[in-house]
Design a protein around this ligand. Structure first.
Ligand SMILES: [Zn+2]
Length: 366
């Protein structure tokens, strides 16, 4: 089936590009940039320019996704041109760079987090900023976070709370952001690339959601091994199920936007159960309240992002106006980044708390 549809797609692509070349040369007087390019290409010109950008109506069916984005499309570009188009303006430029920027940010955090002192330096600073020194219950937490923090805190840090759960999240986030950037950059290449890259993107989102569960569940249930294993197994199973559904050929079409949003939302919302459980067993620890508040903020950021993703606001209101800057998918990307960074801060809070009151487990190895 793959070979047959591949051959059919190639034939269709050949027909289309033939048509496109005719259209381009016919309209060369009207479209100066495209006209010059196609003339140069036809003449086998020395200065090879990228293919021209096209409008929504000119797109092959498999690239038609958002009818409110009217122009600035790259349709069936060679891979090299598609890659180089990261540095040119079209309707995916900011989708690529929002998540590529996020990838670089998380890479920097992963590298910085490799240093043993990073969480010590970052998390207390953030917490002092968020909580302020007026919160007296904070000090009764013995976390040492509101105070000068270095005697006992540094000593208990030596107990060694594992950092790998946080690294799991960082790697998951990087995988998601990198596949997203690659998909936005290269999916326009062909029908096959469209299918493969968007499936990779959906798998990347699922991986990021599952990876997001690992550090909070690990640190919140540090002293409750059974609950920890149960929650992590459950979310991994749910993630595998979602990936299986999303990778089934019938669900990867752009038309299933709502189904995908619903599945990702369900994965995220399933976090309410371990969150309430964690709150119950860690009742009275200010760091847990703060981390939970941050996770609620993360959930809000993702939910608002998902609303933009599904509703296609603002381009729905003014089709064609937000083609290059300001359309719903770019806003969605920004909210995803805000949510992921908020989650990172929540994890930093939990890790810092565990490092300073790890003795709460009674010294037992979890
Ligand atoms: Zn995207």
């Amino acid at each position: 089936m793959g070979a047959r549809s591949g051959a059919a797609a190639a034939a269709a692509a050949a027909r289309r590009s033939g048509k496109k070349a005719e259209a381009a040369s016919a309209s060369s007087a009207m479209a100066p940039v495209g006209g010059v390019e196609s003339a140069a290409a036809a003449a086998g010109g020395r200065s090879r320019r990228p293919p021209r950008l096209v409008g929504y109506e000119e797109l092959p069916e498999f690239l038609k996704d958002n009818e409110y984005i009217r122009g600035h499309y790259r349709a069936e570009w060679p891979l090299r041109d598609a890659l180089l188009s990261a540095f040119a303006w079209h309707n995916e430029t900011l989708n690529v760079w929002t998540h590529l920027g996020g990838f670089l940010l998380f890479l920097a955090l992963a590298v910085a987090g490799g240093g043993k002192e990073a969480a010590h330096e970052v998390a207390p600073g953030i917490m002092r900023f968020v909580v302020g020194s007026a919160n007296s219950s904070w000090k009764s937490d013995h976390s040492g976070l509101a105070g000068s923090a270095h005697g006992e805190a540094a000593a208990s840090a030596e107990l060694g709370v594992p950092r790998w759960p946080r690294m799991v999240f960082l790697v998951g986030a990087m995988a998601c952001l990198a596949t997203s950037s690659a998909a936005h950059l290269l999916a326009c290449h062909s029908r096959r690339a469209t299918v493969v890259f968007w499936q990779l993107d959906y798998a990347g989102i699922s991986v990021m959601i599952v990876a997001s569960f690992v550090p909070p569940v690990y640190y919140a249930f540090l002293c409750h091994r059974a609950a920890r294993v149960a929650y992590l197994s459950a979310i991994a199973a749910l993630g595998a199920l979602v990936v299986a559904v999303l990778l089934s050929p019938s669900c990867s079409s752009p038309r299933y936007r709502r189904l995908r949003a619903a599945l990702f939302l369900a994965m995220g919302l399933s976090g309410v159960v371990p969150a309430l459980h964690a709150l119950w067993i860690n009742w009275g620890h200010a760091a847990c309240y703060l981390a939970l508040g941050l996770e609620v903020a993360m959930g809000l950021a993702y939910a608002v992002g998902a609303w933009f993703y599904v509703s296609r606001v603002p381009e729905k209101w003014r089709p064609g106006v937000f083609d290059v800057v300001g359309h719903s998918h770019q806003i969605f990307h920004v909210f995803v980044l805000v949510g992921a960074v908020t989650h990172y801060v929540a994890v930093a809070v939990l890790l810092d708390w565990r490092e300073k009151v790890a003795v709460a487990c009674g010294g037992t190895t979890p």
